[in-house]
Design a protein. Structure first.
Length: 106
């Protein structure tokens, strides 16, 4: 499985996207803090966090006995650059050309 595949798999689940949103809002959350925000067991949250870690979207750091979770936005940016940006560029260019053509007519 490629890195892109892991990121797409991680982003495919709404609970994992919610966990990423929570970490975006405030990083350095413990598993207990994340669990308090979603309606599922600690075990369920841990499984989702593990998928996010494997995709490189979450980085874990130990602080004493706690593991704190931090968002890593780099894999999302790489997906954007590889898969999203190149497909939108042509359409944006066409819209800009259309705008200039319509303005030249007036």
């Amino acid at each position: 499985m490629t890195d892109d595949d892991r990121v797409f798999k991680a982003l495919a689940d709404p609970t994992r996207r919610l966990l990423l949103d929570l970490l975006f809002a405030r990083e350095g959350r413990s598993l207990s803090e994340l669990e308090a925000e979603v309606e599922m067991t600690r075990f369920g949250v841990a499984k989702h966090v593990k998928v996010l870690e494997e995709a490189g979207l979450v980085v874990v750091r130990r602080s004493g006995r706690e593991k704190l979770h931090f968002l890593n936005p780099v894999p999302i940016r790489l997906i954007h650059d590889r898969w999203i940006d190149k497909y939108t560029e042509r359409h944006v260019t066409a819209l800009v050309d259309l705008k200039y053509a319509l303005e030249d007519e007036t």
